[in-house]
Design a protein around this ligand. Structure first.
Ligand code: NAG
Ligand code: NAG
Length: 390
């Protein structure tokens, strides 16, 4: 008879449920769960079952029926749930990945998701999840990729990500996060960081250059302050793509930027940058895409830039440049409109150019906005409160 194994698993189940009960919020109704113990092969999958059922209950809309397979004990067979042998014990199967990208699901993330301690990938981009990232995510110490892009998360920066020791890829773009960007973010050993299109209001912290990322996308992020040339140079060893478009960065571009020899995409369009374009940009040997549009840059376009061997697209429209080498016109894609370049179509009016050049920019003056007296650079935001884990 199966008496003994059943008793043992019931006992194990009792212990697990007690732990879970202590772990979960008191309001969480355990009665709702339909558990058939012999079908759940190990305690980790049982915890996963509890987490996923709690999550399903926290969903208020699933128009495409993405989670319609989320019933019964076989969590590894749920749509968007991926199992793998546990790294610490290959004989145990655990939930290693969640991929609900583009499911258009509404709801929130319950604390129970912290039970998925085997997770290395959590991808829920392009849904309508709201609220905050649960504190219990701190338990996910194998989490490698966190992609919550294009949802409706709000409130302060999701500080819990700062405590994930394995995190390499963080994408929180297109949400409603607000407040300051914590300086600790730039101490994480991330490979890629995307946080554009939120409602952050801050200057970059001073330690920004400590980040070892290869891709940094901070477009449309409400960032202000001096353009962080020196920090970027500090990151030269790893940086490949820099996308800073549409922020409020001010000041001149420093010649030291030429040290960014591995950077392929450099987009600093739609900021408040002034002054000349350093010749040394022509030393950024890997550059393929360079976008400087919609700033107040002036002077000439250095020939060294248009001679870069891999440059495919150079956009410098809507500035105040006065000349460009003919080499630039031969690039596969370029845009020089709305400058002050003689004999080129679609330039600014001579009047506009004349009045701009009546007030020359002096980049040697310290501060970021040499043409008006700048406020001192704002101090980095204070460290966030450490939320003690209950
Ligand atoms: C897993 O789901 C598929 C359909 O998505 C089904 O055909 C298969 O029988 C299921 N396997 C188990 C073990 O339930
Ligand atoms: C060149 O870059 C600009 C700015 O990023 C973009 O709008 C344009 O489509 C690109 N052109 C080509 C041909 O790739």
């Amino acid at each position: 008879m199966k008496k003994i194994p059943y008793l043992t698993s019931s006992l194990a189940l009792g212990v697990v449920l007690t732990i879970i009960f202590l772990f979960s919020k008191p309001s969480y109704g355990l009665i709702e769960i339909d558990i058939t113990p012999p079908l759940i092969p190990n305690p980790r999958l049982l915890r996963a079952y509890i987490a996923l059922q709690a999550w399903k209950h926290a969903m208020t809309s699933d128009p495409n029926g993405f989670t319609s397979s989320w019933y019964g004990p076989k969590v590894c067979n749920y749509t968007g749930v991926f199992c793998a042998p546990a790294p610490d014990d290959p004989h145990i199967t655990t939930v290693a990945g969640i991929d609900l990208n583009h499911a258009n699901i509404a709801g929130c993330l319950p604390e129970e998701l912290g039970l998925l301690t085997g997770l290395s990938l959590f991808h829920i981009n392009s849904n309508r999840f709201s609220g905050k990232v649960p504190e219990s995510f701190r338990k996910l110490n194998l989490l490698y990729e966190l992609d919550i892009r294009n949802n409706q998360f709000s409130g302060e920066f999701p500080y819990v990500v700062l405590y994930l020791p394995s995190l390499k890829f963080l994408d929180i773009r297109f949400n409603q996060f607000s407040g300051t960007v914590p300086s600790q973010l730039f101490e994480l050993k991330l490979d890629a960081l995307f946080f554009n299109d939120n409602k952050f209001q801050s200057s970059l912290p001073k330690n920004f250059g400590n980040s070892p990322v290869s891709v940094i996308v901070m477009a449309n992020s409400g960032l202000t302050g001096c353009f962080p040339s020196s920090s970027l140079v500090q990151m030269a060893g790893t940086l490949r793509e820099i996308i800073f478009m549409n922020n409020g960065f001010t000041g001149c571009l420093k010649p030291e930027l030429g040290a960014l020899k591995g950077v392929t995409v450099f987009d600093i369009s739609s900021n408040k940058l002034v002054g000349p374009l350093p010749d040394t940009i022509g030393k950024m040997k890997s550059l393929e895409q360079l976008n400087l549009a919609n700033n107040k840059l002036s002077g000439y376009i250095p020939e060294s830039i248009c001679s870069l061997p891999k440059l495919k697209n150079f956009t410098y429209s809507n500035n105040f440049f006065t000349s460009e080498p003919s080499k630039c016109l031969k690039l596969p894609a370029k845009d020089d409109r709305k400058n002050c370049i003689p004999y080129r179509p679609l330039q600014r009016s001579p009047m506009e150019c004349k009045s701009f050049y009546a007030h020359p920019v002096d980049c040697s003056i310290s501060g970021c906005s040499p043409r008006s007296s700048p406020p001192p650079p704002s101090p980095p935001p204070p460290p966030p409160p450490m939320h003690p884990w209950p």
